[in-house]
Design a protein around this ligand. Structure first.
Ligand code: RIB
Ligand code: CA
Length: 306
């Protein structure tokens, strides 16, 4: 079995939480640490939530480091209406077992410099502010990243913030512009595919019936996604499981179809700030444009319930 050594950069967040619980449950991941960023909700809450998830999983071996409290340039905003005032849909979690460490970007730089080059993935589940700061302030460390697998953007699909802008990119367009222009080995997972990965109530029942800690918590988190959504009601599908797609692709790339493309980022003043446009003059990254949603959900459940 291959081993995926990875760092998770995240703004938990309900779907971030399911993604993190999946990675902690899967035997293929070795999680070196979690860095947090403001996004779905403020940095204090996203950092505390990372610690709460690790406490639930009994993983005090995984350190947490707090990152950016806001975007590089634009005015920040959150989506607490989706994730709840605690960022986890009101689902009960224990308190963190340890205080977060120092600055996330300084830790990322130090860690990537000591790890053999090309051996550690960076899995980003929120705005790209921390990674953009690493690229800008510590380029030698950034170049040692094996793969950046990032959830964000919309290519052919409509946005979820503006007509074409998606939250993670809209929350910090300047950071996205830096990351997509840096020539890093980026795999981007946009709304075009994450919207095809949604859970049903019977799926949540299956997770809950396993009695496994991460699966039971994930069922409660996803059900909160139902409760907080205006799109679907009881009996329908959940909001998209956006962030779990990052870990699912890391573990089984065959679930997704990737296309090479360069991307430019709208840095303008409109609601479409952060919108992505294919651009042949930009460094080529790889973008997931198709997913086998059923197989993806099966792998998610298999790891959580094992
Ligand atoms: O647009 C979806 C993304 O924004 C996900 O990462 C979700 O957690 C929010 O951060
Ligand atoms: Ca997220």
């Amino acid at each position: 079995m291959t081993t995926i050594r990875a760092i998770i950069d995240t703004d938990p967040g309900i779907d971030d939480a399911v993604a993190i619980l999946f990675a902690l449950a899967s035997p293929v991941f070795v999680i070196l640490g979690i860095t947090t960023v403001a996004g779905n909700i403020g940095i204090t809450t996203t950092t505390r939530n990372a610690g709460r998830l690790l406490a639930l999983a009994g993983r005090q071996d995984v350190p947490v480091f707090a990152g950016a409290a806001g975007p590089l340039a634009c005015k920040g905003f959150d989506v607490a209406e989706i994730h709840g005032s605690d960022g986890l849909g009101g689902v009960a979690f224990p308190a963190p077992l340890a205080e977060p460490g120092g600055d996330a970007v300084a830790w990322l730089a130090a860690r990537f410099m000591v790890e053999p080059a090309g051996t550690v993935d960076l899995l980003t589940l929120g705005p790209l502010t921390n990674l953009a700061r690493l690229v800008t302030d510590h380029p030698a460390a950034a170049r040692r990243i094996r793969r950046v697998i990032a959830m964000g953007g919309a290519v052919l699909d409509k946005g979820n913030i503006g007509p074409r802008s998606e939250f993670n990119m809209a929350a910090d367009p300047e950071a996205a512009d830096i990351v997509f222009g840096a020539g890093l080995p980026v795999i981007l997972i946009p709304l075009d595919v994450t919207r095809k990965v949604r859970a049903s109530q019977p799926y949540c029942d299956r997770l809950q019936a396993s009695g496994k800690t991460g699966a039971v918590a994930s069922a409660a988190l996803i059900r909160a996604y139902f409760q907080n959504t205006t799109v679907s009601g009881p009996g329908s599908e959940s909001r998209p499981l956006h962030d779990p797609c990052v870990m699912l692709l890391a573990e089984d790339p065959s679930l997704f179809t990737l296309e090479p493309m360069g991307l430019s980022v709208d840095l303008g003043p409109t609601r479409d700030a952060g919108a992505l446009t294919p651009d042949a003059t930009r460094p080529v990254i790889h973008v997931a444009m198709e997913v086998d949603g059923a197989r993806a959900l099966d792998l998610l459940a298999a790891r959580l319930t094992a």
